[in-house]
Every structure is written in structure tokens, then in C-alpha cells.
Design a protein around this ligand. Structure first.
Ligand SMILES: Nc1ncnc2c1ncn2[C@@H]1O[C@H](COP(=O)(O)OP(=O)(O)OP(=O)(O)O)[C@@H](O)[C@H]1O
Ligand SMILES: [Mg+2]
Length: 267
């Protein structure tokens, strides 16, 4: 690999690749179908007019798969929030508006269905007993299925800004109910453990920013979508349980389990 490294996430390394292009090179343990799925969803959303980097080509390099994308010369919204926290309110509203715009698109069933994906993750979730999973699964069954395009991992590190806002990272794109996609975003903004060594001031500042981002986002998302808080909140229990299968820090999983148990008690 020769290009300048410009980013690294949980699934891939991102580097410059020729003029105006980047290569998102997935780790060897990421199944090829997941990469193909990201490529297909990216092509679909790009074609539908969502502001997303143009997917150019699927490539194979030895054991690893990659996707060539149009390069965006900007920073992630997360980084901008860190640099200009006084503009947090604007960013929160912009995030809600981007999310609501993508929910206007129909989500092809071939991308996979939200409730099916949640069901299998809840069944596989570590740290919960069968007695806890059963009511979560019952709750999921009662929720209304939808047919909209969902991002599945919509947060400010998956939005790049260069004057315009570009939504990236479509590996978890699927078809379903936007309320569940919004619930997942709210859960990610409001929870998420800090590294064990984080100082008290970091904890306080981060806590404050998280709270303001969550409130600003949900207020605007409800306003734009016409959904009620209860309609979104109803998805938190299944969405939080499903998240336990993800490769997130143990402290964050413990926080999720506390929240899940609290919600199960108050049902
Ligand atoms: N088209 C692009 N143009 C410029 N930079 C990009 C582009 N796509 C990704 N990046 C950079 O690479 C980083 C990681 O990209 P992306 O979120 O797609 O990867 P990931 O490994 O799936 O991340 P995650 O940890 O969220 O799973 C981004 O935060 C951004 O800095
Ligand atoms: Mg990402």
C-alpha cells in the first residue's frame, strides 16, 4: 500500500489512491459479503441522490477486499464538534436532517430487514439471560416493520464535511423502520463508555456534549419526521440488546446491560 493513510476505523484502513480517490481496505477478517454489501448499498444511495462519496470499484488485494471511493477533502463532523463545540446545536440539527432525508428513500428488501437482523443479534447477545432475552424479543415483535432505507450506524464520525455534508460507511445499510434507526443513533450519542483513564474534566465535558447532541438531534428528528418520542423510545430496548454483539469496549457493554435491565424492570 502506497497512498497516504487518511483514516482508520474498526473495519478498515483508508488511504489516498490516485488523484481524487481513496481506497477503503477492509481487515482480512471482514467477510467478503459484508464488503460487497457496503458496495451495493453505497451504489444505491449514490444513485438515489444522497450526498455520499461515489463508489468507483470493488477491488481484491491478496486476502483483503477494498472499495475505491471518491475522496472528500474535509473533516468528520465528530472532529468539528470537538474543534467548535459552540456550534454543537447546529451540528445536531444537521445530523437529524441528514438522517431524516435518507429515511425518505425506500430500502430494498435485498439489503436485509432490520427486524430480522435485530432478532438474530438479540438471540446471540452475550451477557443477557434467556429470561431477559424473551421479553426483549416479544417487544421487538410488536414493533412496526418498515420499508425505508436505514443507515444502521448513523453518528457524527460517519459524516464528512467539506462545506457540504457527506454520509459514509454504509456496511450496515438495510430496510426497515426509521424509528429504530433513530433509536440506535440516540443510544450511541448518549451512551458509549470513555477510556478507563479519562480525567474528571474529560468526563464532565464529554457528558455535557453527549447530552446536548442527543437532545438537539432528537428534538429536530421528531420535528422533521412527525414521530413521537414514544415511537422512537420503543426501539431502544431491542436495539441496545442487539448492540451487545458488536465489538465495543466491555465498559460500554456493561452500561448497555444496566440500561436494558432498568428498562425491563420498568416495563
Ligand atoms: N470518501 C472518503 N474521503 C475521505 N476520507 C474518507 C472517505 N471515506 C472514509 N474516509 C476517512 O476514513 C475514516 C473511516 O472511514 P469509515 O467510517 O468508512 O470506516 P470504518 O472502518 O467502517 O469505520 P467504523 O469504525 O465506523 O466502522 C473516516 O472517518 C474518514 O476519516
Ligand atoms: Mg466509520
Amino acid at each position: 500500500m502506497t497512498g497516504k493513510r487518511i483514516g482508520e476505523g474498526r473495519t478498515a484502513e483508508v488511504q489516498e489512491y490516485g488523484t481524487g480517490k481513496i481506497l477503503k481496505l477492509y481487515r482480512a477478517d471482514i467477510p467478503a459479503e459484508y464488503v460487497e454489501h457496503e458496495y451495493e448499498v453505497s451504489k444505491y444511495v449514490h444513485k438515489q441522490g444522497i450526498q455520499t462519496p461515489q463508489p468507483i470499484e470493488l477491488v481484491t488485494l491478496g486476502e483483503r477486499k477494498g472499495i475505491l471511493f471518491q475522496q472528500i477533502h474535509g473533516s468528520s463532523m465528530l472532529r468539528l464538534i470537538g474543534e467548535k463545540p459552540w456550534r454543537l446545536g447546529e451540528y445536531a440539527r444537521q445530523l437529524a436532517s441528514l438522517h431524516h432525508d435518507l429515511h425518505k428513500l425506500q430500502g430494498p428488501e435485498a439489503f436485509g430487514k432490520q427486524k430480522e437482523s435485530l432478532r438474530s443479534s438479540i438471540v446471540a447477545a452475550p451477557m443477557l439471560t434467556m429470561e431477559e432475552k424473551t421479553p426483549v424479543l416479544e417487544k421487538l415483535e410488536q414493533l412496526p416493520e418498515g420499508d425505508r432505507l436505514l443507515h444502521g450506524d448513523f453518528h457524527p464520525d460517519n459524516v464528512l464535511i467539506d462545506g457540504q455534508a457527506w454520509t459514509i460507511d454504509w456496511m450496515t445499510g438495510m430496510s426497515g423502520n426509521p424509528a429504530g434507526d433513530a433509536a440506535r443513533s440516540v443510544m450511541m450519542f448518549s451512551m458509549g463508555a470513555l477510556p478507563p483513564g479519562a480525567s474528571l474534566s474529560t468526563r464532565l465535558v464529554t457528558g455535557f456534549i453527549r447530552q446536548r447532541l442527543t437532545k438537539g438531534y432528537i428534538r429536530e428528528y421528531l420535528r422533521l419526521s412527525g414521530l413521537s418520542y414514544a415511537e422512537v423510545n420503543a426501539w431502544v430496548l431491542p436495539v441496545a440488546s442487539a448492540r451487545l454483539t458488536e465489538g465495543i469496549p466491555l465498559a460500554e457493554k456493561e452500561q448497555l446491560v444496566r440500561e436494558i435491565r432498568r428498562r425491563l424492570r420498568s416495563k
